[in-house]
Design a protein around this ligand. Structure first.
Ligand SMILES: Nc1ncnc2c1ncn2[C@@H]1O[C@H](COP(=O)(O)OP(=O)(O)OP(=O)(O)O)[C@@H](O)[C@H]1O
Ligand SMILES: [Mg+2]
Length: 423
């Protein structure tokens, strides 16, 4: 009897142990199967919008104040280096405005399309949505539909824009053919419609530094005019772009310096970087070991795009629910390879020999801005011969001038790449 019980007990222990091993294996296996939360790329929504709570709460309070008071406020300019999260932030602002029932118009400026025609296209998309709203809201925008039609006819006479009901183009409004005047009148009528409906209008323009100088001047004039009303209509404007954007706006109109509220987006501090990595993992029941985290903190230098790339690759190679130092080492190497090839090498290869030589000279300053006079000495060339590569590199969006006589890379880590890989 005793013998039988003992063997039953033993087999029970063995079965339990096997069960335990299977569960352990599943635990390890699950991280490979669970959806990878990290999102390296352009404009891809990160699993955690880390380090942006100050600017987001400022925006949220603006959104609620404008809705409550039914009055517009100063337009915003958000600037930052490539890959720090401007597009992601702008999209979050748009989503929140849409969720509050606002009319949202978002465009990405480009050198090949005029700001006027891009705004006409996206305003049309926004107004088509308004046309589908309940009769009461739609009625508030009656005038805005007509003013839009007048605006659009001037910009795109052949365009076929329909709302499913008859709209007569307004006469004497938004039909002057002057973008500044017409845009001001369009925004005014959209704002009046929004006010009548108890909502607001968000205009968000990404990559604003790409727009034509004349278009920027017209935009500045229109926003300036809107802001001069004793009771400005409930319109929020946000323009986003490279660190050169404030200077580009000021170059188009001198009062731009005082008209816009400027906010710059920087690299993430160690606390925000930790949040960007740890919080999404925790949601999936995965922990970052301290050593692993330290490694990503050190290599990513708070660069959001690189943080997402490291997160993704480390996750992909991790063998258990606790990410360890070896997982981090392997994943970082893969992330580095991907970012080097996709972000840095691609830009380097597009540059001419002259531009490459210029960038190499800049890289000697690491991530600090370079003095143009110093670059001339370094290259052993007269300063005047540098104006060509300087100008074309600025036009290509690879470098910008943080101050007079200085130049810096627009992509974080570019200098490091040049020194590390191209030596
Ligand atoms: N606050 C953040 N926390 C974590 N990850 C972020 C954050 N902001 C952006 N990212 C990630 O960084 C990457 C780049 O974001 P985004 O495309 O918005 O940058 P950008 O500033 O618009 O770049 P570009 O100047 O090239 O247009 C994306 O992978 C995104 O998920
Ligand atoms: Mg962007």
């Amino acid at each position: 009897m005793v013998r039988m019980d003992l063997s039953a007990l033993l087999s029970n222990i063995i079965l339990n142990y096997l069960d335990f091993l299977i569960k352990m294996d599943k635990g390890g296996f699950m991280i490979l199967n669970a959806a990878n939360p990290y999102r390296p790329g352009a404009g891809r929504v990160p699993p955690e919008l880390a380090g942006r709570s100050a600017v987001m709460s400022e925006y949220e309070s603006l959104l609620s104040t404008v809705t409550r008071d039914q009055m517009g406020d100063r337009p915003w300019i958000i600037s930052g280096l490539r890959g720090v999260g401007k597009t992601v932030l702008l999209n979050q602002c748009s989503r929140e405005a849409s969720a509050a029932g606002w009319v949202t118009i978002k465009i990405e400026a480009s050198g090949s399309h005029s700001l006027g025609s891009q705004l006409a296209n996206e305003t049309y998309v926004a107004l088509r949505k308004v046309a589908k709203l309940p009769e009461k809201v739609r009625k508030s925008f009656r005038e805005a539909f007509s003013v839009f039609k007048a605006f659009q006819i001037n910009i795109d006479p052949a365009g076929a824009y329909s709302f499913g009901f008859d709209v007569q183009a307004a006469s004497g409004q938004a039909d002057s053919g002057q973008l500044a005047t017409d845009l001001a009148e369009l925004l005014q009528s959209l704002g009046e419609g929004a006010r009548a409906a108890g909502i607001g209008v968000l205009i968000a323009i990404d990559e604003l530094q790409e727009a034509d100088r004349d278009d920027l001047m017209a935009l500045n004039v229109a926003l300036h005019q809107l802001g001069q009303d004793p009771q400005p209509v409930p319109v929020i404007f946000i323009g986003a772009g490279l660190p050169s954007l404030p200077a580009v706006m000021a170059d188009a109109s001198s009062y731009a310096e005082r008209m816009y509220l400027y906010r710059s987006l920087g690299l993430l501090d160690p606390e925000a970087t930790t949040d960007a990595l740890v919080t999404p993992a925790r949601r999936e029941g995965v922990t970052w070991g301290e050593d692993a985290l330290e490694q990503v903190l050190a290599v990513s230098q708070g660069y959001p795009y690189f943080i997402q790339a490291c997160g993704k690759h480390v996750w992909d190679v991790a063998a258990s629910r606790t990410i360890n130092a070896e997982d981090a080492r392997l994943g970082i190497a893969r992330a580095r390879e991907e970012v080097d090839a996709g972000l840095y090498m691609a830009r380097w290869e597009r540059a001419t020999n002259n531009q490459q030589e210029f960038m190499k000279a800049m890289a000697a300053d690491n991530d600090e801005p370079s003095m143009v006079s110093e670059l001339a000495t370094r290259l052993g060339k007269p300063q005047t011969t540098l104006s060509m590569p300087r100008r074309t590199l600025i036009q290509a969006g690879l470098v910008y001038s943080p101050r007079r006589g200085q130049l810096a890379f627009t992509v974080p880590g570019m200098a490091d790449f040049i020194n590390r890989v191209l030596g």
